[in-house]
Design a protein around this ligand. Structure first.
Ligand SMILES: *Cc1c(COP(=O)(O)O)cnc(C)c1O
Length: 377
């Protein structure tokens, strides 16, 4: 699947860690989402990988974009998306950013409280808003619970308030948690969404849209269900809760769109032990770590597949760490990572499935290490 990336790396040597993204894989992923959820519009979550070439490819394929800031809105516009294909999906926005988005033509906004509705009514009068409901993130490897959304009963009030202030109460959104490996997790949230639709209909307000969020996984070490399983489970849940009056739907895949499209090339800087005890675990230090783009190893949540030139040799556990002078820059320690015993300083290692949530999480120059270099092929 990533032969193109390996060939590119061999032909173009580079000093220091880098991410190479295969745009063909992104194209395949977009098509797979469109096929698995044929009646659903795709709003790519820009934060997963905002590389202009990724955005341009997706804009050309017809994708819409979920953005979280004015800068992301401008990136999507620069990539060729028209404002009607862009949502401002962050529930936490400065009022002047709402006004700036409005001036750029954006008409679709996320809210999860009355206070945010009031900002939008002032800064973007008449706009469409959708209310985000809480999801506990069960089953997700990178849950997004608590910070975003309100309870479904409150979403009813939020949308009714929006309606009264002259906004268009457009729909409901949720996010079942990132790297969600259970396609059935959309069911509970869709039951709540249908309840909100019904309650507001009784009050004379007709909602139009359910935003099914992101959460679609990328293959790391553990197996994941195919995107078709998600399509089927979501469609069945929509039928169950909305009957034959299925609303307009959108999805906001981030990780599932770009995760498997990228590989990070890194180098072993040091292999050492902390004592001479026979059972002492090796420490393997790479030239990339938590601050260089592998932030999702926080709490050892995301475990990336790692390839070395010594694969096939006997494996032994090691603590895997990054190169910076911060003791938090350790990726896998509680659950040590198995790497070949013959691994050597200077070996080139490939960290797979790193197309999502890597470049944007890399620091600017912590300890003088530059941000993660990215190439799209
Ligand atoms: C981050 C985010 C997404 C993308 O989530 P993935 O799990 O990467 O698919 C989608 N929607 C919103 C509102 C987000 O914040």
């Amino acid at each position: 699947m990533t032969e193109r990336i390996l060939n590119y790396m061999a032909a173009h040597p580079h000093e220091g860690p880098r991410l190479v993204v295969d745009l063909d894989v992104v194209r395949d992923n977009y098509r797979a989402f469109s096929k698995a959820l044929p009646d659903t519009r795709v709003f790519y979550a820009v934060k997963a990988n905002p590389e202009p070439k990724v955005l341009k490819l997706l804009a050309d394929l017809g994708s819409c974009f979920d953005t979280a800031s004015v800068v992301e809105i401008k990136l999507a516009l620069d990539a060729g998306a028209t404002p009607d294909r862009i949502s401002f999906g962050n529930t936490i926005k400065k009022e002047r950013d709402i006004a700036a988005a409005r001036a750029l033509g954006i008409d679709l906004y996320a809210v999860d409280c009355i206070e945010e509705v009031e900002k939008i009514a002032r800064a973007a009068p008449g706009a469409r808003v959708f209310a985000r409901i809480l999801c506990d993130g069960a089953g997700a490897e990178w849950p997004l619970s608590r910070k975003f959304g309100c309870v479904p009963e409150m979403a009813v009030d939020v949308l009714e308030h929006a309606h009264r202030l002259g906004l268009t109460a457009y729909g409901v959104s949720f996010h079942v948690g990132s790297q969600q490996r259970d396609p059935k997790m959309w069911n509970g949230a869709l039951a709540s969404a249908a309840m909100i639709f019904r309650t507001l209909a009784e009050r004379g307000i007709t909602l139009s849209m359910v935003n099914l969020g992101g959460g679609f996984p990328t293959r790391y070490l553990k197996k994941i269900p195919g995107v078709e399983s998600y399509g089927t489970a979501i469609f069945n849940a929509l039928r169950k809760h909305f009957g034959n009056r299925i609303p307009e739907t959108i999805i906001e895949p981030g990780r599932g769109m770009v995760g498997n499209a990228g590989i990070i090339e890194s180098e072993v800087v040091l292999i050492s032990k902390k004592s001479n005890a026979a059972d002492e675990t090796r420490w393997v230090y790479l030239d990339i770590g938590k601050f260089g783009g592998l932030a999702e190893t926080m709490d050892e949540a995301i475990r990336y597949p790692i390839k070395t030139p010594r694969d096939g040799a006997e494996l032994a556990p090691c603590v895997l760490a990054g190169p910076t002078c911060d003791s938090a820059d350790v990726m896998y320690e509680k659950d040590p990572y198995f790497l070949p015993v013959s691994l050597e300083i200077g070996d080139r290692v490939l960290i797979e499935a790193t197309g999502a949530y890597t470049t944007t999480y890399s620091s600017c120059a912590f300890n003088g290490f530059p941000p993660l270099h990215t190439v799209c092929i």
